[in-house]
Design a protein around this ligand. Sequence first.
Ligand code: F6R
Length: 254
Amino acid sequence: MDIIIRADAQEVGKEAAAVMAPFIKQGRTIGLATGSSPLTTYRELIRMYESGELTFKTIQAFLLDEYVGLARDDKNSYFRTIRDEFTAHVDFVDANVHSPDSTDPDPYHAAALYEQKIIDTGVAIQLLGVGVNGHIGFNEPTSALQGPTKVQALHPQTIKDNARFFNDCLEDVPTHAMTQGLGTITRAENIIMVATGEAKADAIHRIVEGPLTALCPGSVLQLHANVTLVVDEAAASRLEHADYYRTMEQIRLR
Ligand code: F6R
C-alpha cells in the first residue's frame, strides 16, 4: 500500500486527483464514492476540467452504492448527490454514470445485474472513503471479504446517522442499500482511498496496520497490489509507522 500523508483535506484532494488524472486522460473507467471524504478530490478534478487539463466526455463511471427505493433524481439518491457535487460540474454524460437500479422491484436481481455490468466493463481506478468502523461502500463489519454486489440492511446507527439528510425523520431513511461487495471493489485495477479527520484515525490504523479481518472491511485492501491511501495528519495520527511511510513516499519511483 502506498501511504501518502498530507497536511489537510485540501492537500489530500489535490493528491488524490493527481493519482486519478492519468486514468481519466486515457479514457479509462473510474469508480466514484459519495460522502464528505471525496469532496476535495471532486473539487480538484472540477478545477482540472475547468482549466482544460481533463475531459470526462467519454468516461464511464460506476458508483459504489445506492439506497434501495430512491429514484435516480431523488435529492437523496447517491446518483443525484454525485451529480450535484461532481459530474454535473464537468462534461460527464449522465448515461455514462452507472449505479445499481434502485427502483427495480427485485433489488437482488438489480444487484446481480450491476455486478455483471462492472465485470463486463472493468474499473481502472476506484475512489473510496471509509467509515469510522472501517466500512467501505455499505460493507459493514462481517461483510464477506470477496463478496459481490449485494443488498445490505442498514444498521440502526447508520439510519440514525443518515437521518440528517432526511429532515431528521428516521422513517424516511431507506432501510436497505445496494453496494458493490468487497470482492467487486477489489477487482478494480487500482484503488485510491481518502480519509481526513481524527474520527477516521482508528479505522486508518486498523486498515493499514491491523489484521486482515471482516470486522474491519477496509482491511481487505491489504490483499490488493495497487492501493494508494491519502490521509491528512489527523487521520494518520494513530499510525504507528508514520515515519516509515513518509520515508517510503520520498524514495518511491513515480
Ligand atoms: C460512500 C460510501 C461510504 C463512505 C463512508 C465515509 O459511497 O460508500 O462508505 O465512503 O461512509 O463517509 P464520509 O466520507 O462522509 O465520512
